[in-house]
Design a protein around this ligand. Structure first.
Ligand code: HEC
Ligand code: HEC
Length: 408
């Protein structure tokens, strides 16, 4: 949570998103665990004229989305079209510890594939040992979010989000700053395997020199490629599997108990944004987790959207996160303060937690509900159908370094 500019009206931001190009079509590259090899043929295009804007010379998208029909493609910024070479480069960078100031931490340190890109911690632990007030978030289908992080209406692109972990100082995550930024770029430049990958991803600079702009664009492209659509829920939707009786009851309850009001299909989160979205949902909710002063206060370390907007009514407001792969992403909530799915259900049954139940800003949907033992078991059975075993093993998303030793 770096200090961010005070919020513009949300609708302006949303309109900004509307100016976004889509790389259409419905297929993704065939599964490959190999990416642009060190010896890859860097494009031999003549150096771009310096007077040309980079968009005029950047590689056209060669990407196709492989998505079920209920998941329209995400929006992609016009100045960062998806290409296979960018995704391939981004995968290396996502797993590269040299990208942190002291060389100890990569994105993947806090976002582990086997945990659906969370890390099992209530609080992220930065490269210099500082604890993050919040829990690392899952990254499956992350490109469909209208805003990023737990509670920031101003962060509307993955490109912009990425500057938080890299350069953020409150708390320090990867710890890149004025004193080490050149060193970090130099480390990448010193690895001869990177130049051809950068040149392939960004043919406008055939020298393949690492720049922050290109690093951010490549990692964001890799994040957009992190697609989870092979859970049992998906298989049932595609007619390839059937729910057990308990799962089917749990799904019905998920709808009748209003879970679906905030955790909407197909990603089971709030703020779903695709090329087909006409009016994006940009709502945040207060779930009555805290009420420190009887007037709704949340702990100062992570008070919610109010931290960005300064508006009293935004106290305790958070985005409803995706529930895809929720079985793997404990502990739960923005501060990891709920250990198990059973406790999550308890919290919803009670209509909040402790004094938080009387939080004056609590969503009206968080009212006490009677869940029988069977209801609880059914809801959890359904939530587990959102686990995608293929996603957490997919070689396209895995650490490329052990599999592809650097040749120099
Ligand atoms: C020190 C641990 C840590 C590291 C390293 C880290 N993250 Fe995160 N990540 C977090 C935490 C904690 C959050 C939640 C932040 C918040 O709500 O303020 C988060 C949130 C995110 C989100 C938002 C997801 C969503 O649904 O809104 C994205 C995207 C993300 N991280 C990508 C990255 C990338 C890319 C890198 C590497 C450049 C990275 N992270 C490095 C801990 C980390
Ligand atoms: C009013 C909107 C709303 C409703 C209704 C709602 N949720 Fe949530 N849910 C949220 C928000 C917001 C969060 C994150 C809150 C936070 O971290 O402070 C969340 C978090 C969760 C989490 C933890 C996610 C994570 O990654 O840590 C689970 C699991 C969950 N909800 C399941 C459910 C179930 C099951 C129901 C129905 C019984 C339900 N939700 C109803 C808004 C809602």
């Amino acid at each position: 949570m770096t200090a961010l500019p005070r919020l513009q009206p949300v609708w302006l931001l949303v309109l900004a998103v509307a100016a976004i190009v889509v790389t259409g079509c419905q297929r993704q590259p065939a599964a490959t665990s190999e990416v642009a090899p060190a010896t890859s043929t860097a494009p031999t295009a003549a150096p771009a004229s310096p007077s040309l804007p980079s968009s005029a010379v950047q590689a056209a998208s060669d990407w196709t989305w492989d998505l079920p029909d209920y998941l329209p493609p995400p929006r992609v910024p016009a100045d960062n079209p998806m290409t296979q070479a960018k995704v391939a480069l981004g995968r290396y960078l996502f797993y590269d510890k040299r990208l942190s100031g002291n060389g100890t931490q990569a994105c993947a340190t806090c976002h582990l594939q086997k945990l659906a890109f969370t890390d099992g911690r209530a609080h992220g632990l930065g490269s210099t040992g500082q604890a993050h007030p919040r829990s690392p978030m899952a990254l499956g289908n992350v490109s469909w979010n209208a805003t990023y992080t737990w509670a920031n209406p101003a962060l509307i692109t993955l490109e912009r989000q990425m500057t938080n972990p890299i350069f953020g100082e409150t708390p320090v995550e990867m710890g890149v700053n004025d004193s080490n930024v050149q060193q970090v770029l130099q480390r990448l430049a010193d690895d001869p395997a990177y130049a051809p990958r950068f040149a392939a991803a960004f043919p406008q600079d055939p020298t393949g020199r690492p720049t922050w702009d290109h690093i951010v664009k490549a990692v964001s492209s890799f994040e957009r490629a992190l697609i989870t659509t092979n859970s049992k829920y998906d298989q049932v939707r595609q007619g390839r599997a059937r729910y057990t009786a308990a799962e089917a009851r749990g799904y019905a309850l998920f709808k009748s108990a209003d879970c679906i009001q905030c955790h909407q299909e197909p990603n089971f989160g709030g703020q779903f944004l695709s090329v087909a979205t006409v009016k994006p949902d940009v709502s945040f909710h207060n779930k009555g987790l805290y009420n420190l002063d009887g007037q709704g206060a949340y702990p100062a370390a992570s008070p919610g959207v109010i931290e960005i907007t300064g508006k009293a009514s935004d106290m305790g407001m958070y985005r409803a996160p995706t529930l895809r792969n929720i079985e793997l992403t404990a502990p739960y909530m923005h501060d990891g303060s709920v250990a198990t799915l059973g406790e999550v259900i308890d919290l919803y049954a009670a209509g909040g937690r402790g004094a938080g139940k009387d939080n004056p800003l609590k969503s009206p949907l968080l009212r006490p509900r009677h869940f029988s033992a069977q209801d609880r078991a059914d809801l959890i059975a359904f939530l587990k159908t959102l686990t995608d075993p293929q996603f957490i093993r997919d070689p396209r998303y895995s650490d490329p370094f052990p599999a592809a030793p650097k040749k120099s």
